[in-house]
Design a protein around this ligand. Structure first.
Ligand code: F6R
Length: 608
């Protein structure tokens, strides 16, 4: 899970490559490095972020018309400067950046060491420049192809050679590589966002392809036999990335605050109130076809799974379709049974999560129709699925998923109504539910108005190192999501539980030092969760209630209550999620945590 970037043909190569690298930091940010130059390669590597690399690099010589660089999320070897990429061959004449995993690196290292190669890092990636050096016979393309054939695992690589001062060789084998072209310069990167400041003309390498880049040109070959491949140059839409924080202290807060607009985008053009219908242009499945679906499998990771678990309530309740929600990481390893009428929904903000990509491939191989619900429509998952429903949330830069999560909830709700319309939902009911859905942006805005109250509460509890989140019904997955949000950005330990499950073990942990956050829908099993709250209070646990308006006044005595607007039970998860995001944000901020870039994490998890 790392980002690679490169440029040849521009005297400002260092500036460009660093700018591209900044845009790839969502893939990892624990160490970074760059190689610059033509016949003399200079490499600078640091432990820490791209900003740190930039400062170190620009305080010295950063000339050169060619450069490759890397931002890392450590998998093999600690995030030190030695383990940072690029890695060099023994003679220093070949420099390589790598994204992926070399699974057979131990045996390759033994073999190369036996023939005299010396390794300076603990990484798997360092075998690549040494292997290329081993095969080098004057041809950079062939030696790289021969080296890559020896690897098992996944890779995206870019390599430069001191003996070929303008060339970059790059290749894809399970990790994405895009090439950008303009008249005089050629770029390479892990994704198009990194190239968008420079060019809109891109070539996407398919797995098994290798390319020779020179200023203003790229020739692509099959890595297996070096036969040339004809590749289409795609013209990207004009840049849409918002790079600033818009006056907010953190991207996370900005992205939380954007949610009324994002929710509106998720609804826009999909509600046809005049006909009482949901429309999904480009879905490729009609209401009638969807009504024949016998089962839905939802696959994803992290917050996307929580969105899927919430969506399952909608599909079962509104459309009567049985749903199973699968951790994408487990899906392909347990030989899942997919009947021809099974529909698979792959949920992913980034569209690059390795486990979810693997689940999509497995499902398609077994003949299921796969719909990707993705925020990044250029992503691998979006391209490989049979059809795509874009989240339209705009770029999400903070590591913690916020606006993409609520957009996923809305899309799943609309899809359930779409399917329900063809099965058992009368048109009047669909129309009523669609009208209610149209209120979501306003409901979210009302939650955001409570930010000062939620901030006070979060600060009051920021001492807590262990917390429980409990909920029932479709607020149970929201409790899981609330706990995930809190732990990933504040480093406090938080567990989400079904409210009834606490007494099956975890209650042993409760005392006055362990706050419990209870999510209450007064219209749904309210007396049951009130009972659960009393059980926690009896064990002296401080309880914070997040409840929709109407939380019973005769409910348990709780000092801290955040009231969110009452709404349909299908929409309450959206409203509640926003309140919990604010709580997690202010809690982490009060603890002085780097909210947007939590330690050990990356925005896009491209390793299994
Ligand atoms: C949590 C979070 C992660 C992601 C997970 C899946 O805030 O961001 O748990 O939800 O890594 O990522 P996507 O949705 O991009 O597949």
């Amino acid at each position: 899970m790392c980002g690679i970037a490169g440029c040849t043909g521009d005297s400002a190569a260092a500036e460009h490559v660093i700018e591209s690298l900044k845009r790839l930091e969502y893939r990892g940010y624990d160490s970074a490095g760059i190689t610059l130059g033509g016949t003399l390669l200079r490499t600078v590597k640091v432990s820490g972020t791209v900003d740190h690399l930039k400062k170190t690099l620009f305080s010295g010589d950063h000339r050169g018309t060619r450069g490759i660089a890397h931002t890392r999320w450590a998998t093999c070897g600690e995030p030190t400067a030695e383990n940072a990429h690029p890695h060099l061959s023994c003679d220093g004449g070949i420099s390589v950046v790598h994204n992926g995993i070399v699974e057979n690196f131990s045996e390759l290292k033994d073999e190369l060491s036996a023939s005299g190669h010396v390794f300076l890092s603990e990484t798997d990636s360092e075998v690549i420049p040494h292997l290329i050096e081993h095969y080098y016979d004057g041809d950079p393309l062939r030696s790289t192809a021969l080296a890559l054939r020896r690897l098992t695992g996944t890779f995206a690589v870019a390599a430069v050679f001191a003996r070929h001062p303008e060339v970059i060789v790059c290749a894809a084998g399970g990790s994405p590589v895009v090439i950008g072209l303009d008249e005089k310069r050629t770029f390479v990167a892990s994704d198009v966002q990194a190239l968008s400041p420079y060019t809109r003309r891109i070539i996407r390498l398919d797995d098994g392809e290798i390319a020779l880049l020179t200023p203003g040109a790229a020739q692509v070959y099959a890595a297996a036999d070096l036969q040339p491949r004809r590749k289409e140059i795609v013209l990207l839409p004009a840049e849409t990335v918002s790079s600033g924080k818009g006056g907010f202290e953190h991207f996370m807060l900005k992205e939380i605050m954007e949610q009324p607009v994002c929710c509106g985008n998720a609804l826009k053009d999909r509600l046809d109130l005049s006909r009482g219908m949901v429309v999904f242009p480009g879905l490729g499945l009609s209401v009638r076809e969807l009504s024949r679906v016998s089962r839905i499998v939802i696959a994803g990771c992290g917050s996307s799974i929580h969105a899927g678990l919430t969506g399952a309530y909608c599909f079962e309740d509104l459309a009567g379709i049985p749903v199973s929600v699968e951790q994408a990481s487990e899906f392909r390893y347990r030989n899942p049974v997919l009947e021809p009428e099974t529909l698979v929904l792959a949920l992913s903000q980034s569209g690059e999560t390795a486990d979810t990509i693997a689940a999509v491939r497995e499902a398609r191989m077994k003949g299921a129709w796969v719909i990707a619900v993705c925020n990044v429509t250029e992503s691998t998952i979006a391209r490989e699925a049979d059809s795509v429903i874009p989240l339209l949330a705009g770029p999400e830069l903070s590591v913690a998923a916020t606006k993409s999560f609520t957009s996923q909830l809305i899309v799943l709700y609309l899809l359930a109504l779409y399917a329900g319309r063809g099965r058992r939902l009368p048109q009047e009911t669909v129309l009523r539910l669609l009208r209610e859905a149209g209120d979501i942006p306003a409901l979210v805005r009302r939650v955001l108005e409570q930010a000062p109250l939620i901030e006070r509460l979060a600060k009051r509890y920021a001492w807590a190192d262990d917390l429980f989140y409990i909920g029932r019904g479709n607020l149970y997955p929201v409790a899981l999501e609330g706990a995930l949000k809190l732990k990933e950005i504040s480093y406090a330990h938080a567990e989400g539980y079904h409210a009834a499950e606490l007494k099956h073990g975890p209650m042993a942990l409760l005392d006055e030092h362990v706050p419990v956050i209870a999510l209450v829908d007064p219209a749904c099993e309210a007396e049951k969760i009130c009972g659960n709250i009393r059980e926690c209070r009896t064990r002296k646990a401080p309880v914070i209630v997040f409840a929709a308006d109407g939380f019973p006044p005769d409910g348990p005595a709780v000092r801290d209550v955040v009231r969110v607007p009452a709404c349909s039970r299908y929409l309450l998860p959206v409203v509640m999620a926003v309140a919990l995001q604010l709580f997690a944000y202010y809690f982490a901020r009060a603890r002085g945590c780097p909210v947007d870039r939590p330690r050990n994490l990356a925005k896009s998890v491209t390793v299994e």
